[in-house]
Design a protein. Structure first.
Length: 240
């Protein structure tokens, strides 16, 4: 009987501990949503030199929101991040990144500002990997890397044969990375929107790869936009 009570107590302790960790991370995710939303907007706006004024506004909001996030969590990490030794530095790093990007924008270095901002994406991605968190944000990040490689290879193709070779070498990888997003562990709050975007992207990728197969560079350039749009829809989803 004592043995059974000990097992029951241990099970209760495990459930309580896990519930606390989920609650801690849920609070962090909720508080992250607004500044990260402004970060995503900053990243999108710095992709076009005509949006500098709007980008500066978004980046100011991103920095202000992140300063509040860092004040709350840098010295008190959510349970999944407790084992990250340099967590305070990581939490404060996006503020410095944002300020550097603003300085570059004001100097007219729009493309460099965009590249500097990319670090935030990888910073959070790395933290979640360390914490064994399976997030749609990072599944989308992973697809983004495959997408950029394929688009760059296609842009560099000098003829129809080279374009078809890009599809032969990388087409399956691009499709797999797209479908792999469905394995994320935090999809339930956004399931409807996610499934719609996933289906849209599946069709867009199929059309794009068919253009590569046919060696049609003009069609591929146009169809790449549909792939990007579907990706942006999933990357913009915010499961709270």
């Amino acid at each position: 009987m004592k043995y059974l009570r000990a097992i029951a107590a241990a099970g209760f302790l495990l459930v309580s501990t896990n519930s606390s960790a989920v609650s801690d991370y849920a609070d962090f995710s909720r508080d992250l949503a607004a500044p990260y939303g402004q970060y995503r907007l900053s990243l999108a706006l710095t992709g076009n030199k005509d949006n500098v004024d709007k980008a500066l506004v978004a980046m100011d909001r991103f920095i202000a929101g992140w300063e509040g996030l860092a004040r709350r969590y840098a010295a008190d990490p959510p349970a999944p991040f407790a084992g990250i030794a340099d967590f305070p530095e990581k939490m404060n790093r996006p503020i410095a990144i944002g300020r550097e990007a603003i300085s570059l924008l004001k100097d007219g270095e729009v493309a460099r500002a965009h590249l500097v901002l990319e670090e935030v994406r990888y910073l959070l991605w790395g933290m979640r990997i360390q914490a064994r968190i399976n997030s749609i944000a990072d599944k989308a990040n992973d697809f983004h890397e495959a997408m950029e490689v394929v688009f760059d290879r296609a842009a560099a193709a000098k003829n129809a044969g080279e374009l078809a070779a890009v599809r032969h070498r990388y087409g399956a990888w691009l499709s797999i990375k797209w479908e792999e997003q469905a394995l994320a562990g935090d999809l339930e709050p956004i399931r409807t929107e996610f499934e719609a975007a996933l289906a849209e992207g599946r069709m867009a990728i199929a059309a794009y790869l068919e253009a590569l197969r046919g060696g049609d560079a003009d069609a591929a350039r146009k169809l790449a936009g549909g792939v990007k749009n579907a990706y942006k829809k999933i990357w913009g989803l915010d499961p709270k």
